[in-house]
Design a protein around this ligand. Sequence first.
Ligand code: UD1
Length: 421
Amino acid sequence: MSMDRYVITGKQRLEGSLRVSGAKNASLPLLAATLLTKGTSTLLEIPVLADITHMIEVLKHLGCGVVRQNEALLVNAGTLSSCEVDEALMRQMRASNLILGPLLARNGRVKISRPGGCAIGTRPMDQHIKGLQQLGVKVKEKHGYIEAWADHLQGSDVYLDVPSVGATENIMMTAVLAKGTTIIRNAAREPEIVDLQNFLNKMGARVHGAGMDVLRIEGVDQLYPAEHTVIPDRIEAGTHMIAAVMTEGDVVLENVIPEHLEPVIAKLRQAGANVTLLNDSVRVQHQGRIRSVDLKTMPYPGFPTDMQPQFMAMLSGAEGTSIITETIFENRFQHVDELCRMGAQITVEGRTSVIRGRETLEGAFVEATDLRAGAALFLAALAAEEATVLEKVDHIDRGYENLEEKYRQLGAKLRRVIQKG
Ligand code: UD1
């Protein structure tokens, strides 16, 4: 990983419009799902991001042919030749565990290095494994590898202890080719699950209920390649909305599904921001300071944990005191110390943080520790007095396509300093 930095001059009002990219977190399971057929599937609006590049590397390593053709990404899974992924590749990105389900369904066997924890907390896989076992999969964990195999996949009833997004996706992608019916209860309800259902059904699968907490999957014998356009990135859109508020700007975001942003929009409005919904775009305008609000991260349709750091950046400048409770990841307050370097007044007690709003934030030397923490610091820098040097922006590259270009277009003053070596 190179370690580039941004130098950002704050207090520039953002104005204009920009187009939101396709969703990273929808693209990753869709890419994994292409493994389920023996032909070439076409995915549109897959963003150009480090995490996507990693997933493509994994697919290529497994023998798939992957090419970008203008706006389309073509994945030929007909040439699949391996069902093993080693540590070097797995460690780069946790979401590569999404190949577990499709490879089992397609091949009856898979071996992957167990993905490690990450900066925001331990990342267990017990719900993925439990679900697969319920479908007749044998699982062995040894020397840091997860090996799974099944002679026969049998539909079954799966109850998830927590509505895990990844576990729901993995189990769905296994059950589509199992014999009989699978029911997943307490399933994750995120829009990315709905997008995966839509793609799978275009391939000939029979999945119902995505977006609700009970999913019903009737297994079929075979799936066929399909074409699909990935949904817009709701977290990217939410991040830009906050940028508009924090710079007292006026920004129109195109290519959004406002419904997916409901929990975020509700909080922004409660804080006093002016949000106008149009068909597939939203406009955010704001002047003056926002009001403090309390929030708690929850599985969808609750407030997304992936927007928590960005909201904290915004609330650092609010009038009054806000309380943020993080219920999804135990260690997702790494942005706090860095925000404090910029003058924010935040204290943390366990899963709760108390943010005393300040009139202004100040530019400083800060460091991105993970993707959304990096986004939070980026936002704080846009609103801060004078210049901020934001280090390790490669973390931000994992989730934001053309960030520099997009923000320049809106009137931000920033430049990327490339670190050699
Ligand atoms: C996905 C998103 C990530 C987001 C997260 C929560 C992708 C690629 N990533 O991650 O950006 O922050 O949802 O919205 O879509 N858990 C278990 N056992 C398991 C699996 C998860 O206990 O087997 C717990 C986790 O520790 C966590 C919670 O469930 O507390 C949610 O995790 P999960 O929904 O699985 O997150 P991911 O799918 O990894």
